[in-house]
Structures are given as structure tokens and as C-alpha cells.
Design a protein around this ligand. Structure first.
Ligand SMILES: Nc1ncnc2c1ncn2[C@@H]1O[C@H](COP(=O)(O)OP(=O)(O)O)[C@@H](O)[C@H]1O
Ligand SMILES: [Mg+2]
Length: 218
């Protein structure tokens, strides 16, 4: 029986095109509430693809993805979007910020979707920026940022609505040791407060802080 906060992929296969090769075949992983699970594996083995599947941005060709036992991989798009907006915080490998908008407006995007009162969202955004070691004016446009700054802003956006599931694709890939430590403190404290955290990473620092590491083979 799946517990609350449990994220499971069971025998999942995925191919980007009907005739193309499978990115991976019959992968199974399970992350429990309170766990910081790290996914590792060589470049191109499908880590980002698997995270998109877990984040309900793609649908598996075979197999099932369940959240607390509910098979959302086959749910209607409306239900998936609603779950994604409320319960999943996703950090893209390339941050995927809207560079024409301010840092604050990027971070607050999920808060607007979830109708969090603005004052509360601004305060949370400011606290999160502090915690990941970013000292930038929130009213600044999100362009001309370093990779490490953009990644940390993307992490703040993922966390602003306190989602049960946090999925982060190489979130410390562009960070110096001190910033990586701060980001890991934050991710570990998410897991410690009962969230379910899945991180794709090669970093030994990340692996050292993880509850478990799972190697993906393409
Ligand atoms: N949008 C896409 N369309 C077609 N193939 C893709 C797409 N994205 C990734 N791939 C392919 O899928 C495989 C896995 O990619 P990816 O999930 O990005 O791996 P990783 O994150 O482990 O480096 C690679 O062979 C890559 O070229
Ligand atoms: Mg990747």
C-alpha cells in the first residue's frame, strides 16, 4: 500500500517518437515521504526525461507513475495540471526563467496560480532568496544572471508554494561549494519536514546528503 507522499514509477518506458529508440525501458523507482532521493547516471541516459515523467510533463509509453498510490500518469490533463501546480515543485536543468520578467515575478508564478495572497508570497520569496544565499533586488529583471543565480531563483520558484513533491534537475550544477551547501541545506530541510525530494545529480556532495542514490541506465 502506498503511503501519503510516496512517488513511484513502476516499469516505466519512454520513447520520444513512435519509431525512435526507447530512452529507457522498464525503469522502477520509489521515493518516500521524508526522503531525498538522488538519481545518477551518465549523460544522455534519460535522467531529465525521467524527471519530466515524474513531474507529469510527459506521459510514459508503458508503466505507471503514482503519487500516494494515485496513478496520475494516466489521469486527464486537467487533473495532472492541477496536481502539478499545487503539489509539485520542479527545477529545470536550465532554470527556464522568463527573462523578460522580474526575479520576484518568476518566483511568484506558482503563488499566483495558487492564489496565495501577494504579501505572503513576497515575504516567502524574500526568505527563500536569503536561504539560498542570493542577495539580488527582487524587482530586477531576470536577465544577465549567472547560471548559478538562475538555478537558485528556479529553486525558490519551485518551493514557494510548499509543494509535497520537489523534483530538481542538477540544481547545483553551476554552483560554488558554499552555494551548493546552502541549496543542499534547503533541500534536506524540505525532506526533513516531510516532503518527498528527488534530485538528479552527479555531485558527490549531493550524494553524501541523500537518503539513497539510484543509478539510471538508459
Ligand atoms: N525532446 C527530445 N526529443 C527527442 N529526443 C530527446 C529529447 N530530449 C532528450 N532526448 C534524447 O533522450 C535521451 C535522454 O536525454 P536526457 O533525458 O536529457 O538525458 P540526461 O538528462 O540523462 O542527460 C538522449 O538520447 C537525448 O538525445
Ligand atoms: Mg539532463
Amino acid at each position: 500500500m502506498s503511503g501519503r507522499g510516496e512517488l513511484e514509477a513502476r516499469n516505466v518506458s519512454y520513447r520520444y517518437s513512435r519509431a525512435g529508440p526507447a530512452v529507457f525501458d522498464s525503469v522502477s523507482i520509489r521515493a518516500r515521504r521524508g526522503e531525498l532521493l538522488v538519481l545518477t547516471g551518465p549523460s544522455g541516459c534519460g535522467k531529465s526525461t525521467l524527471l519530466f515523467l515524474l513531474g507529469l510533463m510527459l506521459r510514459p509509453n508503458e508503466g505507471v507513475i503514482t503519487f500516494g498510490g494515485v496513478p496520475l500518469s494516466s489521469a486527464r490533463e486537467r487533473e495532472r495540471s492541477r496536481f502539478r501546480a499545487r503539489d509539485i515543485g520542479f527545477v529545470f536543468q536550465d532554470a527556464a526563467l522568463d527573462r523578460s520578467r522580474t526575479i520576484l515575478s518568476n518566483i511568484c508564478e506558482p503563488a499566483v496560480l495558487n492564489r496565495v495572497p501577494r504579501r505572503e508570497a513576497v515575504r516567502t520569496a524574500s526568505d527563500l532568496l536569503d536561504q539560498v544565499g542570493l542577495d539580488l533586488p527582487m524587482c530586477r529583471r531576470a536577465d544577465g544572471l549567472s547560471g548559478g543565480q538562475a538555478q537558485r531563483i528556479a529553486l525558490c520558484r519551485a518551493l514557494i508554494c510548499n509543494p509535497q513533491f520537489v523534483l530538481a534537475d542538477e540544481p547545483t550544477g553551476n554552483l560554488d561549494a558554499e552555494s551548493e551547501r546552502l541549496v543542499l541545506d534547503r533541500l534536506q530541510s524540505e525532506a526533513g519536514s516531510g516532503r518527498t525530494v528527488v534530485v538528479v545529480s552527479h555531485s558527490d556532495q549531493v550524494k553524501a546528503r541523500a537518503s539513497r542514490a539510484v543509478e539510471i541506465r538508459g
